[in-house]
Design a protein around this ligand. Structure first.
Ligand code: HEM
Length: 132
């Protein structure tokens, strides 16, 4: 295949890390630009082979539909309910965004953030206040 000889019974592992950073298909691939997906017709369900966050084909992530909905809800809830800041007056452009490989990709330097509840009268915040 494409000048490679793949021996029978080989186990093939797809390199999503490299695919998602390929400068032939992604403009400025190493920059964090979520807005690149705005008004994009890219499909994340495994039909556009340069964008496969959930894999594809027969072994596609079975939680794809649930995870894509929960992710939006989770992020919206966190932004809606809390004011977020970085410790010690750190600015967001000072964050170390290096990654490290640990089976899955993680931040090399763990993210440390300080949430402050926006709404004091929400039931679960009141509960936290009582238990403090
Ligand atoms: C944003 C969240 C998630 C992402 C990005 C994600 C991504 C992936 C990817 C890339 C694969 C490999 C697909 C392949 O081999 O082609 C996978 C498989 C899998 N995921 Fe997820 N996943 C997410 C959430 C979840 C959740 C919440 C669950 C369970 C509740 C889950 C259960 C599984 C299982 C069981 C497999 C193995 C499927 C198989 O090998 O047949 N995933 N996921």
């Amino acid at each position: 295949m494409m000048n490679y000889t793949i021996p029978k019974n080989s186990q093939i592992v797809m390199n999503a890390y490299a695919i998602h950073r390929d400068p032939r298909v992604w403009e400025d691939p190493l920059s964090f630009k979520p807005e690149r997906f705005l008004n994009s017709s890219l499909d994340y369900q495994g039909n556009d082979f340069h964008y496969i966050p959930f894999g594809g084909g027969r072994r596609v992530c079975p939680a794809l539909n649930m995870a894509s909905k929960i992710n939006r809800f989770l992020l919206a809830s966190l932004v809606h309910n809390f004011e977020w800041s970085l410790p010690n007056g750190m600015k967001s452009n000072e964050l170390d965004m290096q990654d490290a490989f640990m089976g899955v990709l993680v931040k090399a330097v763990p993210l440390s953030v300080m949430p402050r509840a926006k709404f004091r009268n929400v039931a679960w915040v009141a509960h936290l206040d009582r238990s403090a």
